[in-house]
Ligand binder design. Structure first.
Ligand code: FPP
Length: 246
């Protein structure tokens, strides 16, 4: 489907998504939760294609939160398998489409096979630049900020930096998405209206879009709807309307 939002200034540069609702989608069909995750992977692939075609430059997807380890063991194992399999199957296509894939989060907790596959997919697509795809996996916004604080504190301890030199820019540059503009549009499917420890620092001025639609039902029409709603929002960054108009 061709995107109808084409003017450059109305297309968000960076979209981030909490892909929620796979389990409920499966339950409604009397199927195991993992059935929903399989369908979720298909929608993930379609959303990457859709947003790249729409002109989005950065797409950040929340695939696995630090809290998701608490799910039943067989669901966690299936998710790990699905990640490996979908990276194996789709990395070449990402590469052909000029899309770079990168993972953010603590990957060391993942099975070695997944860590190896992540490294391979990242290396394969490292110089691609049409769209930068970030997969947040074993990621948490608080974890990210905590790491940044530790990095900065250790530089202060070593005498490389003074406390006075610590500013917003420095903190931002110590986060996982250091070289990425903050998200313009945050999308959460599945009906919950929460940020759930996603990109906490970076969401300060992001437009939030919540939809009841479950992730496996998030069709291209629904994706387009999110872009259209975004294009009608007025972003003021704390300024008055009059200031924005001058
Ligand atoms: C949320 O649905 C979904 C997840 C925790 C897993 C998300 C992963 C995918 C959609 C696959 C992505 C694949 C790649 C390769 C990045 P839920 O299980 O929380 O649904 P529920 O709220 O209905 O239980």
């Amino acid at each position: 489907m061709k995107s109808t939002v084409t003017e450059e200034d109305t297309v968000p540069q960076h979209v981030c998504i909490i892909m929620d609702g796979n389990g409920r989608w499966a339950k409604k069909r009397l199927m195991p939760r993992t059935f929903g995750h399989r369908k979720g992977v298909e929608i993930t692939r379609r959303s990457i294609e859709f947003f790249a075609r729409a002109g989005v430059k950065y797409l950040t997807l929340f695939a696995f939160s630090s809290e998701n380890w608490n799910r039943p063991q067989d669901e966690v194992s299936t998710l790990m398998e699905l990640f490996i399999q979908s990276l194996k199957e789709n990395s070449a296509e990402l590469n052909d489409k000029n899309i770079r894939i990168r993972f953010i989060g603590d990957r060391e907790a993942f099975p070695q096979a997944l860590q190896d596959q992540i490294a391979e997919s990242e290396a394969l697509t490292a110089d691609k630049h049409l769209m930068k795809l970030n997969i947040a996996a074993n990621y948490g916004g608080q974890w990210d900020i905590l790491n940044a604080v530790k990095t900065i504190a250790s530089r202060v301890t070593k005498g490389e930096l003074t406390v006075k030199q610590i500013d917003q820019q420095l903190v931002a540059s110590a986060l996982s998405l250091a070289d990425t503009p903050d998200p313009d549009l945050f999308i959460r499917t599945g009906g919950e209206q929460r940020v759930s420890n996603f990109l906490l620092w970076q969401l300060a001025y992001t437009e939030l879009y919540f939809t009841e639609v479950l992730w496996p039902d998030f069709s291209e029409q629904e994706m387009q709807k999110a872009l259209t709603v975004y294009s009608r929002r007025q972003r003021r960054y704390g300024k008055t309307l009059e200031q924005m108009e001058t």
